[in-house]
Design a protein around this ligand. Structure first.
Ligand code: NDP
Ligand code: OXD
Length: 321
């Protein structure tokens, strides 16, 4: 018997999101299941039971009357949830080791870059200046991670392993050995008050939009060897109030920032972030979704679903993540 159809709806626009690449992977992994890349005029929409999507246009998923499950091909579901026409079906997000480890690499790389004064050292090399500065140990800095989910918890443990003091902040209470865990509104102030490098790995929801603003930056600790605190945001651009972030980078409230995500992506050519000297900017590729790992993840989940087992990592629509 032919298996139920999986449709792929991918609008990434970058090399990693080449629809043909994803189709080839899904064809290989779902050997006996019809896999269609949308749009496909030859496909009867009523045949589609599963959809694996990245950045579908609002309304694009509404026309599949027999759809059962939507798989988002990334961890963040904010764009999907913002679509009022999104079918009311289980929405599964990505939570796999491959993605988690990529993010941990990114966070460790950029925390170390700030801690080891990489910008100063690269400027010194460019200027042929042999002028080492005092270097403090990792234990002199406190890294605070906003979001202690799949990504935040793994980054926290990796940073702890390197010797940093690490704390984290989440919505609900957590216990992670060796990490100082804070939660909720009451926990935010004490969490920020001990943080020198703030790493944001929150999802974008109604409760977190523009949470990274002047008021929050002003609560960060300024007594570490870094002097002014540092922000690393790899969550979503909508988490940051960009006008206030720029002002804070210019007036010393923040010493520096590493930003992977922006309110408008791709970042417009005339954005001041491109030339902001104390910003390290990356093009939303902190943790790419890997077609090999994720096609297996989706195929396994479909197999679970078809054998009557519960799906994993289903988004709670009321919480928004
Ligand atoms: P999870 O859902 O596993 O974790 C989210 C964490 O944020 C949880 O600890 C949750 O708290 C916390 N949180 C949510 N809302 C609040 C709130 N209002 N106050 C305090 N804490 C809150 O998500 P992931 O770790 O998998 O991913 C996080 C985000 O990273 C994604 O949503 C996506 O936006 C971004 N991302 C970015 C990538 C990139 O390349 N730049 C790649 C992949 C993801 P609790 O534990 O209590 O639920
Ligand atoms: C994701 C992302 O959400 O790539 O996975 O940002």
């Amino acid at each position: 018997m032919t298996k139920a159809t999986l449709a792929l709806l991918i609008h990434g626009g970058t090399e990693n999101w080449s629809p043909a690449r994803w189709k080839a992977r899904f064809d290989a992994v779902c050997a006996d299941r019809p896999v269609h890349l949308l749009p496909d005029a030859a496909l009867d929409p009523a045949e589609v039971r599963y959809a694996a999507v990245w950045k579908p246009q609002p309304g694009e998923l509404a026309g599949f009357a027999n759809l059962r499950v939507i798989f988002n091909l990334g961890a963040g579901v904010d764009a999907l949830i913002a679509d009022p026409t999104l079918p009311k079906l289980p929405l599964v997000r990505v939570a796999v080791d491959d993605l988690t480890k990529r993010m941990t690499e990114y966070v460790v790389l950029h925390v170390l870059a700030h801690h080891r004064q990489e910008r100063y050292l690269r400027d010194s090399q460019r200027d042929r200046r042999w002028a080492p500065k005092t270097q403090w140990p990792a234990s002199a800095l406190s890294v605070g991670i906003m979001g202690l989910g799949n990504l935040g918890a793994d980054s926290a443990l990796a940073l702890k392993q390197l010797g940093f003091r690490v704390s984290g902040w989440s919505r609900s209470a957590k216990h992670i050995p060796s990490i100082d865990c804070f939660h909720g509104e009451d926990g935010l102030k004490p969490f920020l008050g001990r943080t020198n490098i703030l790493v944001c790995l929150l999802p974008l929801t109604g409760a977190t939009r523009h949470i990274l603003n002047r008021k929050l930056f002003a609560m960060l600790d300024r007594t570490s060897p870094l002097g002014a605190p540092v922000l690393i945001n790899a969550g979503r651009g909508g988490l940051q109030n960009e006008a206030e972030l720029l002002d804070c980078l210019n007036d010393g409230t923040l010493g520096a920032a590493t930003l992977d995500v922006f309110e408008t992506e791709p970042l417009p050519q005339d954005s001041p972030f491109w030339s902001q000297a104390n910003v390290t900017l990356t093009p939303h590729n902190a943790a790419d979704t890997d077609p090999d790992a994720i096609s297996h993840y989706v195929a396994d989940q479909i197999a679970r679903h078809e054998s009557g087992q519960p799906l994993h990592n289903v988004v709670d629509m009321a919480r928004g993540y």
